[in-house]
Design a protein around this ligand. Sequence first.
Ligand code: DWN
Ligand code: ZN
Length: 414
Amino acid sequence: MAERILPPCRSCGGTQLRPFLDLGVTPLADALVKPGLLDDDTFVEGFFPLEVAFCPECTLVQILEEVPAEKLFVENYLYFSSFSDHLLRHSREHALGLVGSRGLGPDSLVVEVASNDGYLLKNFAEVGVPVLGIDPAPEPAEAAVAAGVPTLQDFFGVELAERLVAEGKRADVIIANNVMAHVPDLNGFVGGFATLLKDDGVITVENPYVRDLIEHGEFDTVYHEHFCYYSCTAVDALVRRHGMFLNDVEYFPDLHGGTLRWWIGKQEHVSDTAQRFLAEERELGLTGYGYYADFAGRVEQIRADLLELLRGLKAQGKTIAAYGAAAKGSTLVNYVGIDTDLVDFVVDRNVHKQGFLMPGVHQPIRPVEALLEEQPDYVLVLAWNFLDEIARQQSEYLANGGRFIVPVPSPAIV
Ligand code: DWN
Ligand code: ZN
């Protein structure tokens, strides 16, 4: 068979990428479908290869396909961060912590990349710290401006950073949560950090931890808008390439299935915690292909087990719905093959998603009240990362005898 030509590594440019998981051809996870479009025979829903590889030269895990960022984050991107109380609490704690620890005030500037609907920056604005949001998605950016958070509707990179510096803007703090995984030009993005940050400034970056993805079978967090899946080792190599240092690491096991917050700066003050994370990754083997080699087999088993569970319930005449029109939910239902024969509808609290159809399998997305109206026997929790919050919120559905099914780390009725 002809040798496959694989793209170079997004971080180091290495040409030795080794694929370890192929999720087939799937629709764009956040490209919810307008119902009327299904009757429009000119409508073509985009499906793209979704395959994950490991770079042995810098250890970065990444997908091979590159879908244009405009397609991913501009055309009806309806993810709004403010629909999770847990995330709002997490963000507020971080913002107020930074105000104190960095002594931020009216002469400071906090920049957030992928500021979405202003959910995080509003905490700084409320205490008089100047902020600037940057986000290309029109709906969330407009919501941020309406909430009093100045926002540039644009993609961040070294060009935008240079424009801001030319305007006399340098950042004391740059925050980039759930975005460094989303940028095709990773070095341009991190180069922009180095350009915009004051010499004594700090950058905090949050992304899901690739160790949790592998250890907890969270294959559904793989989708086209997530180009990269980070270890501390990969982040360390990436920022050092731009004259910066990974100085500290915080771990949030219950956020998005396991999230790390990396503290990055232009002076080298690497903490014991950061050293320990880097040492553990070497000991566990995250820095080698072998750690990822059996993941595809485990994912295939999750698919088989989940299909068997759902088909078994349908064979007993049970009704099944789903909760959370999440991007991860789209990967799950499309890779596993959960169509409207198995799951009748999906509920979601985000009003901007209601009325659309899930990508690929096309279940209708309805308000969460539909769970009490229809009282399905089972609900597959696609947004399993918020299971506790959702269970509290849906206590009446559960009290009525409804049952939740979680898909990972292995399918189970909880
Ligand atoms: O990186 C990203 C992650 C962090 O967030 C983005 N690229 C896209 C998004 O991924 P996701 O859609 O899988 O994230 P969530 O936040 O897990 O999606 C949760 C979904 O569930 C949202 O559509 C909102 C909804 N939800 C709800 O209906 N009721 C969420 C909560 C907490 C609720 O109580
Ligand atoms: Zn690499």
